[in-house]
Design a protein around this ligand. Structure first.
Ligand code: ADP
Ligand code: MG
Length: 753
């Protein structure tokens, strides 16, 4: 028998009724089909016609863009061994319609079955992977069943194996030597035995044993075994057909293996190292294309974005800095310098100011706003919440004291009439700075000379909101601010069309916030501690957990807790406890927030509404109830509400969850105050898509690469920049292959509405 066919038949769980067709297919695939066996061809042809359509469709929604030269990649999966309508449907669920799709359906992990266990070491209950000779085999009828029993022996020992209702196995296995068996050992009649183990006869072409065995993302009834079988067929047929689009010098410089090798090895690696090299190559491809696209977008942005040069005399800013109640950190001064340099040029600034919570970004924005206004232009600042917008209004009014600068607040809280009036004043040029929320993005908006825009906590806004606010002026200079402390290369990738200024240091004299995980029975102690701090004149936030199901429930629990704290826990402070949540009217929110800021309240019971931006330097305790329900980034933001002065501050994380102590996020919080480390931890725990909202960022979808793989990110960026310098339009020679791949890769972008 043709060995290939023999191999196919040795998977005991292939339904015998499929066997004839299987032989036909296998022989056909091998090009040795005897005429008599070709009967199923008609059915297959019909199948082909149908899936031909599917293949064309998938060609239209091309995802891999392999720059294919050979139609073999387009072969519908129905050409694969045993794939009929059922399997076709299941494969479709995995987005696999063609050989090419399958080629790019990568294993999610590998099982290391490269080492075989000596038979003498087998213990019942274990997964077993042995090489043995079949020294005995026989089949008998027992209890209306065909029972095949064999004895498998290696140098160390022998073990029994049994199979049920597969009498043909006797012939297949009789007298065979060096067969790989794998399955589970259990207690049998006379000691350990293998129950219906799978096996492979030809170890040189083994798929399931004696190697790194791929494990694929699967669905429904698709078994790993059948997927591996198909993968082998596809890899054999197609891995060598995909054009290597990378220029040779890039491959050499980055130390990569060729595409065909990578496509083979990612499915069937000889070793973990080979798998890693394959992953590295394919991940590099994606990140390289990502970086190239980002560089192009950045160039297009620059060329297509003339801006208004703001002629400035820097004296007002110097004066402003001198008059501040504190000395700026070096990073803050540098950031201000970056911005002032940018806005002097006739190119629209597009800059990201990145700095951990509490690092002092607002004052940087204020200095830049001042420069604009002094040069006779209008500026705007957009914040994600009403609270924060009001706080910015207060801050600007305070730092611009004595300057003749008119700041106007425009939010959804204004009545229609008031809003119309406000916009009229803005349009007439009577207002210098507009502070607001999303409400700034409206058809009503009309500016006299808007030249500078600040977007605070930019990660809170969607891509389209950011794009729309940019559209408010005529190519205004834009400063976006964020506390998401992601590694620089990643930032350059995600925010590819932005320049970056970074505040990496905290203002001097800040003490790291002390963070503790508090068990429910220690709650009383926490309250005692809060009492002490309040007696010393400090203030406290008590945050109530997110209740996903309903905001109403959440509000109710915060309200109930507020009452309980007033009547039972802190009766002496009853009048000095405030309640702030999302369901209050804007007016009420402002009143409570102001009262807390002015220290008319000692304790603020609140919800996630205080998550971002709120700045009350006298607050020293952040107590978070139900802390296990918040994400790491959120907890870090909460903690950032305290520790904003030279007072020692505390973050108390309470959790009613049994395994709070095991909660990776809560532990991470107690171990470090460094937003960077936490961000990296968060990347690990949740993945970049969740952390950065990259699904929203308009970047192409990645299959192999991870944005948290900083090493490959950096390598690919370096090489992309080099190629971009050599041939910015990718027109020379083989660089056209890069061009093609680049375009189809960026077509994979998640659509942004
Ligand atoms: P964030 O970067 O989180 O937006 P803020 O701009 O709200 O931080 O600043 C946090 C607090 O630190 C504010 O009270 C601000 O006045 C204060 N601050 C900012 N810069 C300095 C500095 N260089 N020295 C001391 N305090 C500063
Ligand atoms: Mg801020």
């Amino acid at each position: 028998m043709v060995p290939e066919v023999a191999r196919l038949l040795h998977y005991p769980n292939i339904d015998p009724s499929d066997r004839a067709e299987a032989i036909g297919d296998a022989l056909e695939a091998l090009g040795v089909a005897p005429a008599a066996l070709k009967a199923p061809a008609k059915k297959r042809a019909a199948g082909k016609a149908k899936s031909g359509k599917a293949a064309r469709k998938s060609a239209r929604t091309k995802t891999h863009g392999t720059g294919k030269i050979c139609s073999k990649l387009d072969t519908p999966v129905t050409n694969l061994f045993r794939v009929g309508p059922q399997y076709e449907k299941l494969l479709k669920k995995l987005n696999i319609a063609t050989y090419e799709d399958f080629l790019y359906h990568f294993p999610r992990k590998y099982l290391d079955r490269s080492n075989f266990t000596p038979v003498s070491d087998i213990r019942p209950g274990q997964a077993v992977n042995i090489i043995a000779d079949v020294t005995e085999i026989s089949t008998r009828r027992a209890r209306r069943m065909n029972l095949t029993r064999g004895v498998l022996s290696d140098e160390s020992d022998s073990i029994a194996a049994v199979w049920f209702n597969q009498p043909y196995l006797q012939k297949t296995l009789q007298g065979r030597r060096n067969v790989a068996f794998f399955g589970r050992a259990r207690w049998g009649r006379d000691g350990p035995e293998l129950s219906a183990p799978d096996f492979e006869l030809d170890l040189n072409r083994s798929l399931h044993a004696g190697r790194q065995v791929p494990v694929y993302p699967a669905t429904g009834k698709l078994t790993q075994k059948i997927l591996r079988l198909w993968a082998r067929e596809v890899v054999d047929a197609c891995a060598g057909l995909v054009v290597d689009f990378l220029p040779a010098e890039v491959i050499a410089a980055a130390g990569l293996i060729p595409t065909d090798r990578a496509l083979h090895d990612i499915h069937f690696p000889e070793s973990p190292e080979a798998a890693a090299a394959a992953v590295k190559r394919l991940a590099f491809d994606e990140l390289f294309l990502l970086q190239l696209g980002v560089l192009e977008r950045r160039r297009d942005w620059r060329e297509g974005s003339p801006g208004r040069a703001i002629e400035q005399n820097r004296e007002p800013v110097r004066q402003f800095v001198r008059d501040l109640p504190f000395k700026l950190t070096g990073n803050q001064s540098d950031a201000i310098g970056d911005i002032l340099d940018d806005i002097e040029r006739p190119v629209a600034m597009n800059r990201l100011l990145q700095g951990d919570v509490g690092s002092g970004k607002t004052v940087v924005a204020a200095a830049a706003i001042l420069a604009c206004v002094r040069a006779g232009h209008q500026a705007a600042i957009m914040a994600p919440t009403q609270l924060l917008a009001e706080q910015h209004l207060a801050t600007l009014n305070q730092v611009f004291q004595g300057e003749e600068i008119v700041v106007e607040l425009i939010t959804g809280a204004l009545t229609k009439a008031k809003r119309r009036k406000a916009w009229a004043r803005v349009a007439a040029g009577e207002v210098d700075v507009v502070v607001g929320t999303q409400a700034l993005i409206t058809d009503e908006a009309e500016f006299d000379s808007l030249t500078f825009i600040v977007i605070d906590e930019q990660h809170r806004f969607g891509v389209h909101q950011r794009a729309r606010i940019r559209g408010l002026g005529i190519n205004p200079h834009v400063l976006v601010m964020t506390a998401t402390p992601i590694p620089r290369t990643l930032a350059l990738t995600i925010y590819g069309d932005l320049d970056i200024s970074r505040i990496a240091e905290m203002p001097p004299g800040r003490l790291p916030v002390k963070t503790a995980l508090i068990a429910p029975e220690q709650r009383a102690k926490s309250f005692a501690f809060i009492r002490e701090q309040v007696a010393e004149g400090r203030q406290v936030f008590v945050v109530f957990p997110l209740i996903e199901e309903s905001e109403t429930l959440q509000v109710r629990s915060a309200e109930a807790e507020f009452e309980r704290l007033r009547s039972d826990v802190f009766p002496q402070l009853a009048e000095r406890i405030g309640l702030l949540h999302g369901r209050l009217t804007n007016k009420a929110k402002t009143a409570v927030m102001n009262a807390f800021r002015d220290h008319e309240l000692d304790i603020l019971v609140t919800t996630a509404v205080v998550e971002v931006g709120v700045d009350v330097p006298n607050a020293t305790i952040m107590m978070v109830e139900g802390a296990e329900r918040f994400g790491l980034a959120q907890l870090h933001q909460f903690r950032g509400r305290v520790g904003r002065s030279d007072l020692q501050s505390y973050c108390l994380l309470l959790s009613d969850s049994e395994d709070a102590a095991d909660n990776q996020r809560l532990l991470a919080m107690t171990r470090t105050n460094d937003g960077f480390q936490l961000a990296e931890r968060d990347l690990e725990l949740r993945g970049p898509g969740e952390v950065l909202g990259s699904r929203q960022s308009g970047l192409p979808e990645l299959r192999v690469a991870s944005l948290s793989d900083v090493a490959t990110l950096e390598l690919s960026r370096r090489e992309a920049i080099a190629l971009f310098k050599r041939d910015p339009d990718l027109r020379e020679g083989d660089n056209r292959l890069v061009r093609e791949r680049l375009d189809s890769f960026w077509d994979r972008r998640t659509e942004v509405s």
